[in-house]
Design a protein around this ligand. Sequence first.
Ligand code: SF4
Length: 166
Amino acid sequence: MEIVDIVPDVLKNNVMITTIDGLFKWARSNSLWPLTSGLSCCAIEMMCAAAARFDLARFGYEVFRPSPRQADLFIVAGTLTWKMAPPLKRLYEQMPNPKYVIAMGSCANEGGPFADAYSVVPGVDKIIPVDVFIPGCPPRPEALIYGMLQLKEKIRHPEIIQKVKK
Ligand code: SF4
């Protein structure tokens, strides 16, 4: 017997049934709190995404937090240098679990135009785990929003992502 079968017909249009885990995933995926941080030019597009024209608030993701203790999403927007790598890792470690990372732009993905420079990390995934990579130099605000919606799907359906990886 399905759990929905025990709900009286008169209530079926008024009652939603889920699991606690499903409820948490739904809540997390609709209220990501990004850390206020930017490394270089890609961060300007990130700021645009939060402003009125692109209105990240439509998706519940506009509450940028100045403290890693209050953030669950790290958008690494810009060029990561080896000198900045330890502070970046420390900020990531200070974020509470569960936490997510978006690498925004070619520099964060793999060093971009500076990939061969002695001072640049060739991809932020060399330092911290990354959930979503967004290509572009810089990616437009729409691309960041699309990447965040992909992260939303990943949070809600981690089992699909795991199957794709296999
Ligand atoms: S990807 Fe392009 S726009 Fe983004 S930080 Fe690198 S050089 Fe700047």
